[in-house]
Design a protein around this ligand. Structure first.
Ligand code: SF4
Length: 460
């Protein structure tokens, strides 16, 4: 059962992750195989068989502060729950976290834990938004010919068949539509699973011969019913113009149990992949891990099952302050993903979305980090560090900025093949700037002047 070659006990894993030093040579192979969930009072009597079932994980997902308090008991102080209750009022995403993720949090240090940081908002850590932040910052709705379908790149479209996920990430780019309504966002755009809505998307895709590549995302494809997953996959693959499909799911990270125990869903995915081979087309899974602590022996078992079925998995990570900006953490992350056969594909700079300014980093942070990651493993397992430009310019290599003023925190990108002639701005977090420039950002006229100056410099 416990087959990983270099077992290290859990405290050592956490220490190596936070030490700031280069990770030990074989640390990426040290995956947790202990019954870590039994340290949580609410799960102390949960058997391994139950914990490895997706039904247990789904049924016991924590969705409010009272449930979290009941589950954690005396593990944390009352002030933590007060901090969380206050934080929820300023959060773009509702609370939803699986027992699996909850059990991977180091509850002796919840304020500093990288998994807690991503899923449980605390008022004491939230920061004022940058004035240029906005919902749907990537302008997905502006590029939508039908609801739930974004067509921005010439040959590729993003299809959103569902608006729910097995967990809710604080930093979700699609907080304008994903999950239940929140105080901060108000009423969200609804993209519920609907055959009628999907038909409109299919008709559009079929009518555009230049479209070859469809990303099926959400929400999360983990939440699609098995027959719906198969229907979507087969319908798209049978279109003559479509050559490639990507199913996007964070599920492998937050609930790998589903791959191990939801045979109907996993078989449906397998059938779609097999059909793609018969048709000489390509179907892969895109997933989303951000920190090496998210990868355990259960993830490895799930990925082994994916590998046995020949399903290729790539990872898109999001750069987040205090989560994965340390070189040792990102190196370990990339090597651990590679070890379990997940290709690290992208590291995104944090999108400019409201409510999570505490998680954003400067452009320089990512540029420096990339130098440490490149060379840590093979090139094909080295992610590209990209900025998904605000306003719909698409993804740009972070190094390809036309200008980067570290005083004002403004970077300018161009995107000749997506939006010829247009310029796109990215902004460092205000807290990273000196006092003078923080003041300038607080003044609307100064703000405009700084942006005009950056744009003029690129035009010159
Ligand atoms: S799983 Fe993806 S779509 Fe769902 S909340 Fe997280 S980032 Fe957003």
């Amino acid at each position: 059962m416990y087959t990983d070659t270099a077992h290290v006990d859990p405290p050592s894993i956490l220490q190596s992750a936070f030490s700031g030093e280069a990770p030990p040579l074989l640390a990426h192979k040290a995956l947790r195989r202990d019954e870590f969930w039994r340290e949580i009072p609410g799960y102390s009597n949960v058997s391994e068989a139950d914990f490895r079932s997706h039904l247990f994980q789904q049924k016991h997902a924590v969705t409010n502060v009272r449930q979290l308090r009941d589950t954690l008991g005396q593990l944390v102080e009352d002030s933590f729950f007060e901090d969380l209750s206050a934080g929820m009022h300023h959060a773009p995403m509702a609370l939803r976290i699986s027992p699996y993720l909850l059990s991977l949090i180091d509850w002796s240090n919840p304020l500093g834990d990288p998994i807690r940081t991503q899923f449980i908002p605390l008022r004491s850590q939230q920061q004022p938004d940058h004035p240029m932040l906005r919902f749907d910052s990537l302008n997905e709705q502006g590029d939508s010919p039908v609801p739930g379908l974004t067509h921005r790149y010439r040959d590729k479209a993003l299809f959103l068949p569902i608006d729910s996920c097995p967990v809710y990430c604080r930093f979700c780019t699609r907080s304008y539509a994903v999950g239940t309504d929140t105080d901060l966002v108000g009423e969200k755009l609804k993209l519920h699973a609907s055959l009628a809505r999907w038909d409109r998307a299919f008709e559009y895709i079929e009518s555009r011969p230049e479209l070859e590549d469809i990303v099926v995302s959400g929400g999360d494809t983990f939440n699609l019913k098995a027959d719906h997953l198969q229907l979507i996959g087969e319908r798209l693959l049978k279109m003559p113009n479509i050559r490639r499909l990507r199913f996007a799911t964070k599920g492998l990270c937050v609930m790998p149990q589903k791959i191990l125990s939801d045979n109907a869903w996993f078989d449906a995915l397998t059938r779609v992949v097999e059909l793609s081979r018969k048709l000489h087309k390509d179907v892969v899974v895109h997933t989303h891990f951000n920190h090496p602590n998210e990868i355990t022996g259960i993830t490895h078992d799930a990925m082994n099952r994916m590998t046995e079925r020949g399903i290729v998995v790539r990872c898109q990570s999001v750069l987040q302050r205090t989560v994965n900006t340390e070189p040792s953490i990102m190196q370990l992350h990339v090597r651990r993903l590679s070890y379990i056969n997940i290709h690290p594909y992208y590291v995104y700079f944090h999108d400019m979305v409201p409510g999570v300014e505490d998680l954003r980093t400067t452009l320089q942070t990512g540029l420096d980090l990339e130098k440490h990651v490149r060379g840590a493993t093979a090139g094909f397992n080295t992610p590209a560090f990209v900025v998904d430009t605000m306003g719909g310019g698409g993804k740009r290599d972070a190094h390809s900025h036309e200008l980067y003023n570290r005083k004002t925190g403004i970077a300018v990108f161009t995107s000749p093949s997506v939006r010829p002639g247009k310029k796109f701005l990215y902004f460092d977090p205000l807290a990273s700037l000196d006092e003078e420039h923080q003041w300038r950002w607080s003044q609307p006229l100064e703000r405009r002047a700084m942006m005009d100056e950056a744009l003029d410099a690129v035009n010159a």
